[in-house]
Write a protein that binds this ligand. Structure first.
Ligand code: ZN
Length: 284
């Protein structure tokens, strides 16, 4: 577990594990240590046979502001952790190190968490931006506070969407394109209408409502829960999800390589100014 408590873990009621994002001062931006701590927490819940349901929520004003682009040495930080994938290559030159890193801590972790056989519930609130979506989407159920706002301005940063490219599956094809092309904010009610969230609840009731659903699920036999989750995930993968994700991940890294050549950075620096300034500049 993390020494600095950026991820909290508890068993607040029978058969329910509660994981809390707690890097509050950074708006739960995800650096390498944070993601490994979160992965450790998911592993701990997955391997505890007494846990039937996992609830993921966040402290602070926002669920997650995305990847921490200010981490000084993300590649060096990989050496401090026992990796879960076998790709390796984190210290290699060219785009190889970045591809290896993202294959482990972004796409790799998200697929891993999505495939935990136990039911997972994300209780989300506040702003959720690009990589923030990648902590929510791997969960089976999403309960959103009525103040939740979702946004992906990755295209303004010169890369087409995040590494766990679930946009078409979560939003439908047309709305996925609109979100990516415009970088407009989407509110909780619109996300609910599109099926990206299961329920919208008052902010003050968010954790209680998530725990109430967890309690209801925890009454069911764990093996049957695991089997039915596997069946639903298999149905989605039979529709081509896994292959589509691999294609988008390759295109994402084509964009990183392009940006390195064109701008000397993994992303187009114009987009780093933030969505508001980027849109103002585009309108000039
Ligand atoms: Zn990337």
């Amino acid at each position: 577990m993390a020494d600095d408590d950026t991820i909290l873990y508890s068993i607040p009621r029978s058969h329910v594990a509660h994981i809390v994002l707690n890097r509050v001062e950074a708006r739960n931006a995800q650096d390498t240590a944070f993601l490994y701590a979160l992965n450790d927490a998911f592993d701990r819940a997955a391997q505890d046979d007494d846990v039937k349901v996992i609830v993921l929520s966040a402290n602070g004003p926002h669920f997650s502001s995305g990847h921490d682009l200010r981490e000084p040495d993300g590649h060096g930080a990989m050496r401090e952790h026992r990796t879960v994938g076998t790709w390796a290559g984190f210290g290699r030159p060219g785009i190889e190190a970045q591809f290896s890193r993202e294959k482990e801590i972004y796409l790799g972790f998200c697929e891993r968490w999505r495939n935990i056989p136990k039911p997972t519930i994300a209780a989300v609130h506040g702003k959720i931006i690009i990589g923030g979506l990648m902590l929510m989407w791997p969960c089976d159920i999403v309960i959103a506070a009525d103040d939740t706002m979702f946004m992906d301005h990755s295209v303004a940063m010169g890369v087409g969407g995040a590494e766990f490219f679930m946009h078409p599956w979560e939003l439908g094809v047309r709305k996925a394109k609109e979100m990516l092309f415009t970088a407009d904010w989407m509110d909780a009610n619109e996300a609910h209408r599109l099926g990206m969230v299961n329920h919208v609840v008052p902010r003050a009731e968010l954790r209680d409502r998530a725990m109430a659903m967890a309690d209801k699920i925890a009454l069911k036999p764990l093996f049957a829960l695991k089997l039915v989750k596997e069946a639903v995930n298999a149905a989605q993968d039979a529709q081509g999800r896994r292959g589509a994700i691999q294609t988008s991940f390759a295109l994402h890294h084509l964009a990183h390589a392009h940006n390195m050549i064109a701008h000397g950075k993994l992303v187009d620096p114009t987009g780093l100014m933030g969505p508001m300034k980027t849109q103002a500049k585009a309108a000039e």
